[in-house]
Design a protein around this ligand. Sequence first.
Ligand SMILES: *Cc1c(COP(=O)(O)O)cnc(C)c1O
Length: 229
Amino acid sequence: MHMIADKLMQVEARLQQASHSAHRPRDAIALLAVSKTQPPARLREAYSAGQRRFGENYLQEAQDKQQALADLAIEWHFIGPIQSNKTQAIAQAFDWVHSVDRLKIARRLSEQRPPEAGPLNICLQVNIDGEATKSGASPEALPALALAVAELPNLRLRGLMAIPAPCTDPEAQRQAFARVRALKDALQAQGLALDTLSMGMSGDLEAAIAEGATLVRVGTDIFGPRMAR
Ligand SMILES: *Cc1c(COP(=O)(O)O)cnc(C)c1O
């Protein structure tokens, strides 16, 4: 009955252990529950167990859930690929967007963000392993993109998001996350005030926390296997 609450407690124990090992305070790391393909009732169950941040990848699906869960004080994060014809709805309905990887999309999100909603929190997605099929700006393109996005009036650039190539070796996982952290440090050295490293998922959150993740995005280990879409 309380399966999601139990899973959340297990993830919480991992977060405590990982932050302790990294000599970091537990509250330096936020947990984003990645709820793509999960029906609203399961998000409601997680909310009842205290979870407030939810991440969605598909706009239409997210909008259906936002309607069904309008009575809850959820912080909504968009983490999926963004087509330019979807920016208006995303700018209206989300608190955070983690998957911005080009200036055109950022400009549209800024133009379309309702001013009364306050600035939209943005992470730039970086393609840290140079995978041909994966979204994200290249490390080389990142500085110019970040400096331009930081100037957009209705966005607040918070940091970087990355999904390293799948890998089960903890040392190799850490190396990829360390490269993301170094990119953020380099941007900060250029004067950008960044406070977010969105990295780490069910299979590699310990390695991400060891390398400075401030937000981990966990789906499977909270909700179980994803349903077919
Ligand atoms: C699906 C997804 C996750 C969650 O992955 P799990 O391995 O299920 O924890 C995290 N981040 C992004 C961008 C995703 O699309």
